[in-house]
Design a protein around this ligand. Sequence first.
Ligand code: NAP
Ligand code: MG
Length: 464
Amino acid sequence: MKAHDGMYIGGAWRPAAGTDTIAVVNPADEQVIAHVPAGTAEDVDAAVRAARAAFPAWAATTPAERAARLTALRDALAARQDEIARTVTAELGAPAQLAEQVHAGLPVLITGTYAEMVATYPFEEKVGNSTVLLEPVGVVGAITPWNYPLHQVVAKVAPALAAGCTVVLKPAEDTPLTARLFAEAVHEAGLPAGVFNLVTGLGPVAGQALAEHDGVDLVSFTGSTAVGRRIGALAGGAVKRVALELGGKSANVILPSADLPKAVRTGIANALSNAGQRCSALTRVLVHKDQYDEAVAIAAEAVAAYTPGDRLGPMVNAKQLQRVRGYIDQGVREGARLVVGGTEAPLDRGYYVSPTIFADVTPEMTIAQEEIFGPVISFLRYEDEEDALRIANGTVYGLAGAVWAGDETEAVAFARRMEAGQVDINGGRFNPLAPFGGYKQSGVGRELGAHGLAEYLHTKSLQF
Ligand code: NAP
Ligand code: MG
């Protein structure tokens, strides 16, 4: 057993309390690549105690000190970028280029934004005869999913540390190895012992113990709506802060004045990135009835470039593979037209799904309502703009969306009426400082940028 085969608690790698382990599987070839300890409530308790003990001193540091440590963390992540990319490829199956640029690169960028922001963030403001102090909430319990193994961790831990909070992280059982590399980077960056702690384990055991621990002041969760609902209920019962980043069913709305081929192709690239395992994937494409057949034809041609095993990675595990195939079968059963793709395995090994396009999808069909989390895209027809808006807003989700039109003003007018936390205008670029999060059942709270930092602060007003 290597020294770091245990949990990272109180600034050191320690053996887990129990002996159970979790097998980590490479979804590209279905081979077991490692085992990590399955943490229990006992490990979680030790980690929360370490985080509580570290909180007063970390909360009292100056923003400049925290900026220095976050800069060191960014540098440690940058120095390990190759190792991180290889690890994400091994446990998630992400294609090498995506792993390097997005899975390993984005967290360096995001950590850098907080290293910079914390130095100048207004932790004190004047309101009339009051001074309002923005203070760290306390100990954060962070529970993350597997789809972006490092980004999801950094999107919580970097702003929490910037705010002056301490953290206990329970990463997804499918991707714990990347989370360990993160803990090693934290250690190298010289963060004081207990400021960041890692407990690997199963959701219903370690995750649940963390969410309900009395010593946790704020639970930040990203994952499914089903688990998010439970965590929200637990937090509500204990009157503690909670942030939930849940599912999505985002619409790519192509208005008649848009550049149709560009809108379709850019939308497809978005929907198939990370093999469609993204909460903000644009999986519903809304096209005017007169342009519909042309749009579907463009899409069918565009997806041919996404070869499984090359540009398109596998589903993370066998269960997700079955889940995605189940949705494809359901789409066919409910009368949607399968244009390309389907449930047949494209390779003899690995949890791959071919890029799949459905046409003649109507808004009430299951594949147009539920989050599939795979490379499955539905094309829906609309009559006019009001119809497009009704369809776009007609799900329980409201995470993201896109609008395409001949000019920005027209696209923005439509975007203002969308129930979604983020909308890309005519293929707008990713902005690491833009708040990310959902309307409706897509969640509570925001991540990234200054809005993401504010989640980890509470306010105290002094009157003079
Ligand atoms: P999940 O079950 O909600 O898992 C997210 C995290 O919560 C994981 O760390 C998980 O641990 C943990 N967890 C599970 N049950 C818990 C409980 N009772 N108490 C506390 N923590 C718990 O999501 P998933 O199984 O990874 O994926 C299922 C579906 O969720 C996907 O198909 C997709 O629709 C959605 N999803 C959304 C996002 C997003 O970014 N919004 C990301 C991933 C998945 P384990 O890893 O041990 O389960
Ligand atoms: Mg799960």
